[in-house]
Ligand binder design. Structure first.
Ligand code: GLN
Length: 307
């Protein structure tokens, strides 16, 4: 299959979509990102990459980071983690507080904000403090990509903290139910730094290869999570990776994937490849508008979907 020419076709077809959607202006540091940008990269088992658009330009990965922290926490805590966070779709926006009150401070899944906050809190308990935790997260991402220069944008993290009342509220609510172990302020700060990690689509698609190959990097042979855990991470990405639009994403794209409000989406075709796409204009669910359409075009044109 000629992936390069398929990506180029998609790039052409996606042009009218790039001006649609809205950048994530609830994070002031992201409000100034130019909307009409697009990049898409595919990485195959042997590391060969195909890309179109601004594929080496780094952007804020935001909630895609939740896949990395969930992987790390599952490795450390295994089934114990599920006492603190579930694996059911929430059917609610990513930053909703409503369900959390009804369900006694146990978030529905690790990919909504409440769930990701619990996961970061669990990592802080394990690593001892927020600095070692952030180092562990960064070093995980650097090992996945082989890119030691990957870091977070301190300005974006600060901007989120300055407007972080909702995430702080989620963490405080969980603490009131006894489902939060460390300082709310320190862990929420760590969560914002993990969200502010910057990666390009080339780096993101490379990073996700372990999830396309049962938890093991097919190039280096390094196992990042066991195959049973990789199966579960992919299942949660499929059912919860796009919040209250996860059903729609499964319907249109048909791949396990995770989005972020920076406009990125990373997805995997199990046993074959990982894909990353970026376009900052978001749909009303907070997922990249053009990015979602590009992935739908990709699975339609290649027939590569899990269904
Ligand atoms: N940092 C963002 C937040 O907490 C992440 C949300 C997202 O990417 N959906 O609001």
């Amino acid at each position: 299959m000629n992936y390069q020419s398929i990506l180029e076709e998609i790039y052409e077809e996606i042009q009218p979509e790039m001006s649609k959607g809205k950048v994530a202006d609830y994070i002031p540091a992201l409000a100034s990102v130019e909307k009409e940008q697009f990049a898409m990269s595919v990485t195959l088992a042997d590391g060969v990459q195909y890309s179109v658009g601004e594929a080496s330009k780094r952007f804020s990965i935001q909630s895609i980071s939740k896949v990395f922290t969930f992987s790390l926490a599952l490795k450390i805590y295994s089934k114990e983690l599920y006492k603190r966070v579930g694996v059911e779709p929430s059917g609610n926006p990513f930053n909703s507080l409503v369900q959390l009150e009804y369900e006694n401070g146990i978030p529905r899944n690790p990919f909504i904000n409440a769930g990701a906050l619990v996961v970061t809190d669990a990592l802080v308990s394990h690593y001892g403090d927020e600095y070692t935790t952030l180092e562990a997260i960064l070093s995980f991402v650097r090992r996945l990509t082989g890119e030691p220069g990957i870091c977070f944008d301190a300005g974006v993290a600060r901007s989120e903290m300055d407007h972080g009342d909702r995430n702080l509220a989620l963490a405080h609510l969980m603490k009131s139910f006894g489902n939060y172990e460390n300082s709310v302020k320190a862990t929420v700060k760590t969560y914002f730094k993990q969200c502010a990690i910057e990666m390009s689509t080339e780096e993101l698609s490379r990073a996700f290869l372990y999830l396309a190959f049962g938890g093991k990097d097919p190039i280096s042979g390094e196992e990042f999570v066991s195959s049973s855990k990789a199966k579960r991470i992919n299942a949660v990405m499929l059912t919860c990776g796009h919040y209250d639009a996860s059903g729609e994403f499964a319907f249109h794209v048909g791949l396990p994937g995770k989005s972020g409000v920076g406009g990125g989406i990373a997805a995997v075709v199990p046993g074959e490849m990982s894909i990353a796409v970026w376009s900052p204009g978001l749909n009303r669910y907070g997922n990249s508008h053009a990015g979602t359409i590009a992935l739908e075009l990709f699975t339609d044109k290649t027939g590569r979907s899990i269904f």
